[in-house]
Design a protein around this ligand. Structure first.
Ligand code: NDP
Ligand code: OXD
Length: 322
């Protein structure tokens, strides 16, 4: 038998992942935590576990894996792993998957177009059975600024460019992208914001990005665009924005609209004031839902390649946390 593997998920059903991966790695034991992320068997069952497939793993589970060699995140984001107080010094691998990237691209394009084409306002009119018309700016009049111009952000930019939007991107390290005005680092942030009408965040949650999008940042966005004020779209992580500041910005007109797929606390509490803003589109962390069979195949292929002596792909830099 080859070295065993543990699936540790909190909130998600680990058995579902185990049943997908078992036929792909038939010659090894696949162990699972309970749905609460805890392993109910004895320590000796975990002694030989070399690989962990994890979504929001519990530190107690990791403490019980003395032979661990790699952690595979079951999501593109890895903040759920780096948030652990005790993380063993082993490679962390994230998901990069064409299907996931394609879904995120669709979501961002959908939200940008919905704000451009006055979706929230027309839905209000429909609810009132009113036939009325709003001024319709062209895509070329609108500058979309994507903060977090990585795998997902650059994929969304490609389609937005085709639709005629003006594109800008903001990254941690300097980067070039054809047809996109690029900015980087803290010194590039203010000029990036000053020319942005629709701000899209696809930032990972790290020590540097936590709480970055606050009231002061939103007030630096361009106010000369054709949408009646700036729009903010966040499909990265909720921890990168300050929820109370967003609510205030929607109330006082700093923002003309917003779309949020990610929140500080998920599910968003039923009594959150965010639900009640007309120009705020809320989706329940579904911007890019993963395709589990594709991800299971990718992880199985990585484990087989690693055991043949090949390097792991999509390793996360622990120093950057993404
Ligand atoms: P990548 O790692 O490919 O890209 C991250 C981007 O963020 C990079 O351009 C990086 O800059 C930039 N960045 C990171 N830190 C900073 C910083 N301090 N200042 C400026 N830029 C910064 O990630 P992905 O595109 O694959 O995914 C992005 C995020 O999307 C994930 O981390 C996850 O949280 C979220 N996600 C959400 C989903 C959903 O359904 N809502 C689904 C999947 C992912 P640089 O290029 O210089 O490294
Ligand atoms: C992810 C997510 O990180 O679903 O993949 O947010």
């Amino acid at each position: 038998m080859k070295p065993p593997l543990l699936v540790a998920t909190r909130g998600w059903n680990p058995q579902g992942w185990a049943s997908r991966i078992r036929p792909l790695l038939p010659d090894r034991t696949i162990l699972c935590t309970e749905r609460d992320g805890l392993f109910s068997g004895p320590d000796r069952d975990l002694a030989e576990v070399r690989y962990l497939l994890a979504w929001k793993p519990r530190p107690e589970t990791l403490d019980r894996l003395p032979a661990l060699e790699a952690i595979f995140s079951l999501g593109a984001g890895v903040d759920h792993i780096f948030a652990l107080s005790r993380l063993p010094d082993v490679p962390v691998v994230r998901i990069v998957d064409a299907d996931l990237t394609g879904r995120m691209r669709e979501y961002i394009v959908w939200q940008v177009l919905d704000h451009l084409r006055r979706g929230p306002a027309y839905r209000r009119l429909q609810a009132e059975h009113r036939w009325d018309e709003f001024a319709q700016p062209a895509a070329r009049e609108v500058a979309v600024g994507i903060m977090g111009f990585g795998v997902m952000g650059s994929a969304a930019a490609e389609i937005l460019l085709l639709l005629g939007f003006r594109l800008r991107g903001w990254t941690r390290s300097p980067k070039a992208a054809s047809g996109v005005e690029m900015f980087s680092g803290p010194e590039g942030l203010d000029p990036f914001l000053a020319g942005t009408d629709v701000l899209v965040s696809l930032l990972p949650l790290t020590a540097e990005t936590r709480g970055l999008v606050d009231g002061a940042l939103l007030r630096k966005l361009s106010r000369s665009g054709p949408l009646g004020g700036p729009v903010f779209i966040n499909a990265g992580r909720g921890g990168t924005h300050v929820e109370a500041d967003l609510a205030e910005a929607l109330k006082d007109g700093t923002l003309a609209g917003a779309s949020l797929d990610v929140f500080h606390q998920e599910p968003l509490a039923a009594d959150s004031p965010l639900w009640d803003f007309d120009d705020l589109i809320i989706t329940p962390h579904v911007a890019a839902v993963s395709d589990p069979p594709a991800l299971a195949a990718q992880i199985a292929e990585q484990i087989n390649a690693y055991e043949r002596g090949e390097p792991l792909r999509n390793r996360v830099d622990p120093g950057r946390g993404y």
